[in-house]
Ligand binder design. Structure first.
Ligand code: C5P
Length: 220
């Protein structure tokens, strides 16, 4: 039988990519599959946690026994996450949130008349950063970093800047890692500067390793 080492723990997870509308029929999106966040939600629920999953775009079906809330844009995601945050003990932000949104969304479908078309983008709120600012004792905050270079340095900087307890760094330039694959190769970095190299494994297996490490640190 499955270990119940997260029994009753309130866990908040974000997953998938946000979509930022341009007009009623178009949007700006990204290549996030949602696989990592969904695997974490499924495994946490299996281990007894009370899981809230705030999900952007994905083609995956909702895991069993998880409270799932679907959102489209970064702003909607922020709103739902902030609602759940005060009551959450472990917060894992695995969503690929768009850094920018369209400043003025067109009311009607944009027609292809002009030779060039300019869309002004406005910076989105950094949800994880604002959670880091609000974090209280007893809350454990985990982020992800997808980088194509200087993986360790960029991830460590992100951990400090966003006031995280742990960051999962993944080199998206590697084969079988990152977006839309079933596997990943990551480094797990903690606030105390411990770095663990996790070899290639499925996102399901990795979810289990990440939750093991969170429990190790959270209980300290
Ligand atoms: O800074 P960067 O976007 O690379 O950080 C990635 C981490 O921050 C991920 O954990 C992601 O879920 C989170 N994030 C967020 N809100 C944003 C951008 C990223 O929560 N607007």
């Amino acid at each position: 039988s499955e270990k119940q080492d997260l029994s009753g723990r309130r866990i908040l997870i974000s997953a998938g990519g946000t979509r930022e509308p341009i007009d009623p029929v178009r949007y700006i999106g990204n290549r996030s599959s949602g696989k990592m966040g969904y695997a974490l939600a499924e495994e946490a629920a299996r281990r007894g946690a009370d899981v809230s999953l705030i999900s952007g775009q994905t083609s995956l079906t909702a895991p069993a026994c998880v409270n799932i809330i679907k959102v489209e844009t970064a702003k909607q995601m922020q709103c739902r996450i902030e609602e759940k945050f005060p009551d959450s003990e472990i917060i894992i932000m695995a969503a690929a949130v768009a850094d920018y949104r369209v400043e003025d969304i067109a009311d009607q479908k944009i027609k292809k008349t002009a030779e060039t078309l300019t869309i002004t983008l406005r910076k989105n709120p950094d949800i994880l950063f604002s959670l880091g600012q609000k974090k209280k004792n007893g809350q454990f905050l985990v982020g992800f970093a997808a980088e194509t270079q200087k993986l360790l340095a960029f991830a460590q900087d992100k951990l400090e800047r966003k006031n995280l307890d742990m960051i999962i760094a993944n080199d998206v330039s590697k084969k079988n890692a990152g977006f839309n694959t079933d596997t990943n190769i990551v480094k797990i970095i903690t606030k105390d500067k411990n770095v663990e190299d996790v070899p290639l494994m499925t996102k399901t297996a990795l979810a289990s390793v990440i939750l093991d490490r969170i429990i190790l640190y959270f209980d300290r």
